[in-house]
Structure formats: C-alpha cells, structure tokens
Design a protein around this ligand. Structure first.
Ligand SMILES: O=C(O)C(=O)C[C@]1(C(=O)O)C=C[C@@H](O)C=C1
Length: 314
C-alpha cells in the first residue's frame, strides 16, 4: 500500500522550482537542465529564490555558485550560510558567452547594463567595442535586458536565450573575454534524503572557526591527512565582527563514504559546521583516492579496532 501510494505520487508530482530570474537568465537555462518538465518560477534575487524554498513556496531553487573567470557568487554563499539550512542535491555547468542586446533601431550606446559577474567577463570586449559606454550593474543579465526594453539602459550583456524573451536585437553575439568560460549552478532543497554516492561527488561545508593562530590550517590538515582533495575554498566575512570570516570548503567525495564521515566528525570537533550538501559532480570527475585512504581502508581500520574492543584481536 505504502509503495503504491509513492508510485502514484511520483507520477503526478510536479516540483515547484524557484530560480534566479527573470526569464532569460543563465540560471533559468540551468534550472531547465536540472529539472526538465518541472514548474519553474523566477525570483528577482538569489536571496528571494532561496527564501521561497525556506518558506515552502518552492520545493527547490536553482542558483549560480561559481564562475570560472570571476569566481564565486557572493549572494549565493551568503544566502546558503545564513537562515534555515539548505542543501545542494544536484549541480550543472553551463558554457558562458554573451549576446549584447539593444532596442531595434536605437542609436548611440551610452550605457551597457548587466549582472556584475557578466560585466567582469566582457570588460575587454566593452573597452574595445563600446569604449564610450558606461557599464551599469543590474540584478541579473535578464534584468538588464528588461531595463533596455524599458529604456533605462541602451544595451544589455545577456544570455543568448534572452533574445527569445524580449523584443530586442543583437548588437553582437558570442561575446566573452575568456573562451570556454563556465558557470556552475546548484539545485538546493530543505534538508532531507541525500542523493546516493556515485564515486564522483562533491561535498560542501561552511566552517566557522575561532580566530586564533593556525585555525584554517588545522581544518585543512583534517582533509589533507585523509587524502581528500579540495575543489574550492572561499572566505566570506561573518558580517558580525570585523575581521571574522567563515570558510566555504568544497571537496571530493560524499558524506555517506567512511573516509568522508571520518573527516567530517574530526572537523565537527574543531569548529562549527554547516553541511551544504553531497551530490554528483556535473563534470563526472571521480574522487582522487590516495593510497591507504580509500573507504575500504577506513572500514578495515574500524574493523580492527572493533576486534580489539571485543578481545578478538590485538
Ligand atoms: O544573470 C544571469 O543570467 C545569471 O544567471 C547569473 C550569472 C552569475 O551569477 O554569474 C550566471 C552566469 C554568468 O556567469 C553571469 C551571471
């Protein structure tokens, strides 16, 4: 009876996905890739998209986390570390190049708007091709396109798909200072069942450690000593006391693996931790396993201690 109910539910349930919008952002593309066929709702900021999940207005939210040229998206890090806990359950990586959009038939370009991450990725292109235009920060690449439609700006640096949503024309396409730029996006939910380990996973934590000599090094030693490879580390101010930081650490592996459990328990003894999720990596890169630091090595070591405790070994 129980499993029949579950089957019916899974056939009919359409998930409500909040995403960093409006329509036509890169994040919308990421949300469509991560949650095809689900019910997508745009939110004007990352914070509001995350809040929708915390409030129960959405089942999950899609947000940008990291760009290969400009680094992390601070609004996402801050949004995940403050407020009720949320965990990432999936990620995707999109190639990033932009279209510069303007109103049909419009003349001189004096202002070019976009998300700060996007402006940073086309700085050289703007200096070369629109040297007299003033860059203006907008809340997203698609919000910039809306601003052009409404006459607030003369041009927008947008995702190529924005042209399908707004009555604008392309001044240029394929714009990017760095070829092969990429942005990674997360699907986050309220804490619940974790995705199963695949061998090519990423775990994310926020560590808030006391301000004393060697704190960060002590945390990293727990990971390095277990042969766990980091994929990202960032510091963000706690915003409470000047000079106080918390560390966002991504590493290879899944919290359900014995070697990661061992590391997480050691870290937890040293600092306040927030778990931000374990999920398959979009690039499918398998975890590096150092000699003697595989899951079986940890299990064997535990079995030996258990035998000692039972008086069955020494
Ligand atoms: O504004 C958008 O279209 C977004 O999805 C945000 C965002 C970002 O935050 O980095 C995503 C990808 C690009 O790197 C530029 C902007």
């Amino acid at each position: 009876m129980k499993s029949a109910t579950r089957t019916v539910a899974s056939l009919t349930l359409v998930l409500r996905i909040a995403y960093f919008g409006p329509e036509g952002t890169f994040t919308e593309q990421a949300a469509r890739a991560l949650a095809p066929g689900e019910d997508l709702t745009p939110y004007e900021t990352v914070r509001l998209a995350l809040q929708a999940v915390r409030d129960g207005a959405a089942d999950a939210a899609c947000v940008p986390i990291e760009n290969s040229v400009e680094g992390v998206v601070p609004a996402t890090l801050d949004g995940l570390s403050d407020g009720d806990p949320l965990v990432a359950t999936a990620e995707t990586i999109l190639p990033i190049h932009f279209s510069v959009l303007k109103r049909p038939g419009s003349g001189e370009i004096r202002t070019v708007a976009s998300h700060p991450h996007a402006l940073a990725q086309v700085r050289e292109w703007l200096e070369t091709n629109l040297p007299d235009a003033t860059p203006v920060a907008s809340s997203s690449t698609a919000a910039a396109a809306v601003g052009v439609v409404e006459g607030d700006f003369d041009a927008a640096v947008s995702a190529p798909v924005a042209i399908e949503h707004y009555p604008l024309e392309e001044l240029a396409t394929g714009v990017a200072d760095v070829r092969d730029a990429q942005t990674r996006f997360l699907m986050v939910r309220r804490p619940g069942e974790l995705p199963a380990p695949t061998g090519a996973d990423r775990t994310s934590i926020v560590a808030a450690a006391v301000n004393r000599t060697g704190t960060l090094s002590d945390l990293l030693v727990e990971l390095a000593g277990r042969g766990i490879n980091l994929t990202r580390i960032d510091a963000r101010p706690t915003r409470n006391n000047f000079g106080e930081y918390r560390f966002f650490i991504d590493f290879e592996g899944h919290v359900a693996e014995p070697r990661i459990i061992d590391a997480m328990t050691a870290l937890r003894r040293r600092c306040h931790l927030r778990f931000l999720g374990s999920h398959p990596r979009a690039d499918g890169v398998a975890a590096t396993i150092e000699e003697g630091a595989g899951n079986q090595d940890f299990l064997d070591a535990q079995a030996w201690v258990d035998a000692v405790l039972k008086g069955e070994g020494a």
